[in-house]
Design a protein around this ligand. Structure first.
Ligand code: ZN
Length: 416
């Protein structure tokens, strides 16, 4: 296992491991992703989308811009404009880079009529949003101006809110287990005394009571924090701690009575009359940028095998085994494994193994293994397995990766 004593700085590691970088010409707070970082991000996004589909969410796409009026209606304009980029003047109208996805999703919901039978209606999107951070605070992937948010809005009845919030917490638990990360604490985020919040005392009471009940029944320890709510409602926030000991919110579950009112959303009830749905906002991993930053720091670049940019490195001992190495690489590609050959010309076997120290699986092929159709696997944690048939090894590796396991090897699986 890894030492838990040192958390790493994701900015330094991100550059060293060729995951992401920034360029002054593109701009501060606007990182770009290199191929290895993009592989991690893509795999993470795929995990989230699959988990959401399984949990009954359906995905949409919506534009990253919207007219100023959209955010006036949602309340962002009056409660959140300090964090928004200035509007772009297009003559007759103004458009803004969106500070959140909620208003678009509310409009999408409103565009079709809905029966109570369709509720809870779970709408998800991994979409872009923008935050006008001051240039002095920008850095790495944690303070950025362009954010890819794992977002979803559940339109439901009041009776369904608690179950939906519980379902979201369970998805968060499962994701953290697969990602090998731990929550530092759970927080019930409440409004503060200043005027940042929409004024509707009865609404705040109802939504706070709902989230309190969900937390109490979950058995999770939590703390209340005033001044941390969204402007439209209270939140359950899942907090993580970075390498420097700074706490931030990764995941969140929120109850919102405000935006359904503002956008005049409704569904047709069993009684044939129109009723107002509640909106549950939730994010499993928060922004992709912050999630990957946290994963880099948590694992020091040694990602769980299913997330690793290179999952298996193939190490032919000499030039003679290159054709076998190429054949193994092809079999990996067919199985969807990300494999790479480290040719003998790149150095001694020991040097190549050291260079690949963050790769979960290292497959050594010598003359003996090549002629027997076998491979001797070394695991990132130092374990060395006896040579086994190639097909058997790849099946075991693919099964662990498909299961999003944080274990590198299943010792209980059938052995030769
Ligand atoms: Zn939202």
């Amino acid at each position: 296992m890894f030492e838990e004593t040192t958390m790493h700085d994701h900015r330094k590691l991100g550059r060293e491991l060729d995951l992401f970088d920034t360029d002054p010409l593109i701009g501060a707070g606007l990182p770009y992703w290199l191929p290895d970082g993009a592989a991690v991000r893509h795999t993470l996004e795929e995990y989230i989308r699959t988990a959401e589909r399984r949990a009954g969410y359906r995905h949409v796409y919506s534009p990253v811009l919207g007219k100023r009026e959209l955010y006036e209606i949602s309340g962002h304009w009056s409660h959140y404009s300090d964090d928004m980029f200035p509007p772009m003047d297009l003559g007759a109208e103004q458009v803004v880079l969106r500070p959140s996805l909620c208003p678009h999703h509310a409009v999408i919901y409103r565009s079709r009529s809905h029966s109570y039978r369709e509720l809870p209606l779970r709408m998800a999107e991994l979409g872009g949003m923008y935050r006008f951070e001051l240039s002095g605070v920008l850095g790495g992937l944690t303070r950025v101006r362009a954010i890819q948010l794992n977002d979803a809005h559940i339109f439901c009845t009041l009776d369904q809110v608690a179950d939906e919030a519980r379902g979201a917490l369970e998805m968060i638990r499962q994701a953290y287990e697969a990602l090998g990360i731990t929550a530092a604490r759970f927080r019930l985020s409440l409004p503060g005394p200043d005027g940042k919040y929409v004024a509707a005392p009865e609404m705040w009471q109802r939504s706070t009571a709902l989230l309190t009940e969900v937390l109490d029944r979950s058995g999770l320890p939590y703390e209340e924090a005033e001044g941390e709510a969204a402007f439209y409602g209270p939140k359950i926030d899942v907090q993580v701690v970075d390498g420097a000991g700074r706490e931030s919110t990764l995941s969140t579950v929120q109850v919102d009575f405000h935006q359904p009112e503002q956008f005049d959303l409704h569904y047709v009830g069993a009684d044939g009359a129109k009723h107002r749905p509640v909106m549950v906002h939730r994010s499993i991993i928060g922004s992709v940028e912050r999630a990957v930053a946290h994963l880099i720091e948590q694992h020091g670049g040694a990602f769980p095998a299913w997330l690793a940019p290179t999952q298996l490195v193939i190490l032919p001992i000499s030039e003679a085994e290159l054709p076998d190495a190429a054949a193994l690489a092809r079999r990996c590609a067919e199985l969807g494994l990300r494999a790479e050959i480290a040719e003998p010309e790149r150095g001694s076997l020991g040097a190549r193994i050291r260079e690949a120290r963050l790769v979960p699986y290292q497959a050594v092929i010598g003359a003996k293994e090549a002629s027997a159709g076998e491979v001797a696997l070394r695991l990132r944690d130092g374990r060395r397995l006896d040579p086994r048939p190639v097909g058997e090894v790849l099946t075991s590796v693919a099964a662990l990766i498909d299961a999003h396991s944080t274990d590198l090897w299943d010792a209980t699986a059938r052995s030769s």
